[in-house]
Design a protein around this ligand. Structure first.
Ligand SMILES: Cc1cc2nc3c(=O)[nH]c(=O)nc-3n(C[C@H](O)[C@H](O)[C@H](O)COP(=O)(O)OP(=O)(O)OC[C@H]3O[C@@H](n4cnc5c(N)ncnc54)[C@H](O)[C@@H]3O)c2cc1C
Length: 247
């Protein structure tokens, strides 16, 4: 997490970031693979310039990443100085290849907090709604899941936040509709309505989920795809790392 890109990054990076997101690729330290580096603003207010800077690290689970970085595990966002320094060290080492301009190698020097974020997602709706996915008796619960709590997708879907907002708008519409139709709410009608909403919300996340699963299969190739072969928008048949499928 970077509170002030303007105050701490090279002007060349700030101008490319603008008000939104910026991605760049370069070689891994050994030159055999690709590192994808992203910066993304996320402050809701216009004058809130906060951004996250991230690199994706293909590895076998969150503990493996923590060990690589030299941490015993970071839960949530941490601004502990030792943890920050460990993340900076790991990042600097990752961008050690001479093809990276120095200003990118120094990017993590300015971070204010760090998070090791395991990218995980919920399974396809068929599994969630299937025999083992629904807890007995939950059909009558006046409790509803929406957004990531119901159907998290990994960040490279580029749509998870949109689904969360769409879910809340559609849920509000369904509840207003119920109130109009039934002249008052009963626990049963409320539970029926929210279960219907959840089913619809889960199912519409399946299509991007499938794309994310396919893209996830190519993630490990990043470490063995030389920069010259990496093609962000090219034809998936021609390139080893079919990033074109990601979005
Ligand atoms: C690095 C990254 C990049 C992303 N990029 C994109 C993108 O470009 N486009 C896109 O559409 N989506 C993107 N997403 C996904 C998007 O951020 C999420 O899908 C979206 O924020 C989900 O919204 P939500 O309201 O369901 O959950 P959240 O935004 O996670 O909100 C849940 C809230 O509940 C709070 N909370 C948790 N537990 C408790 C508790 N016990 N008591 C009280 N409060 C609690 C949390 O602090 C949090 O504020 C990205 C995600 C990540 C991590």
């Amino acid at each position: 997490m970077l509170r002030s890109p303007e105050g701490s990054l090279a002007p060349e990076i700030v101008s490319r970031l603008g008000e939104g997101s910026f991605g760049i690729i370069g070689p891994t330290a050994n030159g055999e693979g690709v590192i994808e580096l992203f910066i993304q603003r996320y402050g809701a207010a216009h004058d809130n310039k906060v951004a996250n800077v991230n690199i994706n690290v293909p590895c076998d689970g969150p503990n493996a990443l923590a060990a690589l970085v030299g941490l015993s595990g970071v839960h949530g966002v941490s601004s502990n100085p030792e943890q920050l320094e460990a993340a900076r060290r790991y990042y600097r080492h990752s961008l050690a290849h001479p093809d990276w301009p120095q200003c990118y190698r120094e990017l993590f020097d300015a971070i204010d907090a760090v998070r090791l974020l395991p990218l995980s997602m919920h399974p396809m709706s068929e599994l969630v709604l299937g025999e083992h996915g629904v807890v007995d008796g939950s059909d009558s619960l006046c409790f509803v899941g929406i957004g990531d709590a119901l159907h998290a997708l990994p960040p490279w879907s580029g749509t998870s936040g949109n689904f969360a907002m769409q879910d809340s708008a559609d849920l509000a519409t369904a509840l207003l509709e119920l109130q109009r139709k039934e002249q008052g709410w009963s626990a049963t009608s409320l539970a029926r309505t929210v279960r219907e909403c959840e089913r619809a919300f889960l199912k519409r996340a399946d299509e991007p989920r499938l794309r994310c699963i396919k893209a996830g299969e190519g993630f490990k190739d990043l470490l063995t795809t030389p920069v010259k072969e990496y093609d962000y928008v090219g034809s998936p048949e021609k390139v080893k790392t079919p990033a074109a499928q990601w979005f």
